[in-house]
Design a protein around this ligand. Structure first.
Ligand code: NAD
Ligand code: TYD
Length: 354
């Protein structure tokens, strides 16, 4: 038995592959294009592990996807592959359209052909699990109830619009062709191997480097944070027991304003790796121009997943963020490798301080 994971060298995908193989001997075929966000160093502990088969390639390459499906006969496909950074989607949406929409469409076509040829139990048991985001639902007001699975789609950035389009395609392939799909819409993840273009790892890396900590606008935008390993356990649970065609929201009931997140990271660094001058890291906070079209608040109502599938996150925000800061302190070589080259160019272009 095997599963095909796409985007398994990225942040969540690599955590998922590592967790999967820590709990099961089922073969993982990992199809990843290795964009700037994909990093085989995340999977170094699997070097020489025959349960992990890495293939560099594009989910939009129909022939490659068809060949991998025919060769390995996976019982499930889990689609993590995507362009995932809102700020990059604002600077250049094209890659988001290509990978998140066209790529997902081509992958669905390859999977539909493969599944169509399966017989009996293999056909019954097959699943296509699409990993999506809460950002497809748009922005909430301060007092609005959290997003449920039936909340209207109202994406506001090129990133969230492209993910919304891919969710609709996945839905349509179930309703039109009967493809056995599952979709998860998760809130903001954090944890090990998070590329330091995103808020939490950027703040840790910049703080330690003595650089400014750029907070967009007033820093009062709210996100709902989930430790990445809890997202991985939710995906495994949905894959095992989710009802075909259903959508499951995944979240940690951890709504926090960005500024509070940055203060928490600074306080943990003050404790675990104090500045040589003894001053607090929060002195490095700088307020910068807001992100265009910046969504004010996301919040996930995860009750469906909790009540139907008895899933619960293992980490609180306090335990998860401490683990995360510790991980970055203990993995400075990883940080050094990912913050060279193309990363420097991105920081220079976006923040003007390369
Ligand atoms: P990431 O940017 O860290 O990783 C994406 C991975 O996909 C990289 O390894 C990249 O090389 C690969 N990839 C990109 N284009 C590809 C293509 N055309 N073909 C094959 N591989 C390709 O992203 P992430 O944060 O790990 O997110 C994974 C998935 O989870 C995405 O679909 C994202 O929308 C979703 N998601 C992320 C979050 C979050 O907080 N990070 C929250 C909810 C949902
Ligand atoms: P991010 O990690 O990019 O995730 P997303 O946009 O998908 O929610 O950003 C999280 C929040 O942090 C978001 O409100 C934007 C804000 N932010 C900053 O204030 N400064 C930064 O340098 C970055 C990268 C994000």
């Amino acid at each position: 038995m095997s599963i095909l994971v796409t985007g398994g060298a990225g942040f969540i995908g690599s955590n998922f592959v590592l967790d999967w193989l820590a709990q099961s001997d089922e073969l993982v075929i990992n199809l990843d294009k290795l964009t700037y966000a994909g990093n085989l160093e995340n999977l170094q502990s699997l070097d020489c592990d025959h349960r992990h088969v890495f293939v560099q390639g594009d989910i939009g390459d129909s022939e490659l996807a068809a060949n991998l499906l025919a060769k390995h006969q996976p019982r499930a496909v889990i689609n993590f592959a995507a362009e995932s950074h809102v700020d990059r989607s604002i600077h250049g949406p094209e890659d988001f359209i290509q990978t998140n929409i066209v790529g997902t469409f081509r992958l669905l076509e390859a999977v539909r052909a493969y599944w169509g040829d399966l017989q009996g139990e293999a056909k019954q048991a097959f699943r296509f699990l699409h990993v999506s985001t809460d950002e497809v639902y748009g922005s909430l007001g301060k007092e609005d109830p959290a997003f449920t699975e039936t909340y209207r789609y109202e994406p506001n950035s090129p990133y969230s619009a492209s993910k919304a389009a891919s969710d609709h395609l996945v839905r349509a392939y179930h309703h039109t062709y009967g493809l056995p799909v599952l979709t998860t819409n998760c809130s903001n993840n954090y944890g090990p191997y998070h590329f330091p273009e995103k808020l939490i790892p950027l703040m840790i890396v910049n703080a330690l480097a003595g650089k400014p900590l750029p907070v967009y606008g007033d820093g009062q935008q709210i996100r709902d944070w989930l430790y990445v390993k809890d997202h991985c356990s939710a995906i495994r649970r949905v894959l095992d027991a989710g009802r075909v065609g259903e959508v499951y929201n995944v979240g940690g009931w951890n709504e926090k304003p960005n500024l509070e997140i940055v203060h928490t990271v600074c306080a943990l660094l003050d404790e675990l790796s104090p500045r040589v001058d003894g001053k607090p890291y929060k002195e490095q906070i700088t307020y910068v121009a807001d992100r265009p079209g910046h969504d004010r608040r996301y919040a996930i109502d995860a009750r469906k997943l909790e009540s139907e599938l008895a899933w619960k996150p293992a980490e609180t925000f306090e335990t998860g963020i401490r683990r995360t800061v510790q991980w970055y302190l203990e993995n400075q070589a990883w940080v050094k490798n990912v913050t060279s080259g193309a990363y420097k160019q991105w920081v220079g272009k976006h923040y003007g301080d390369a």
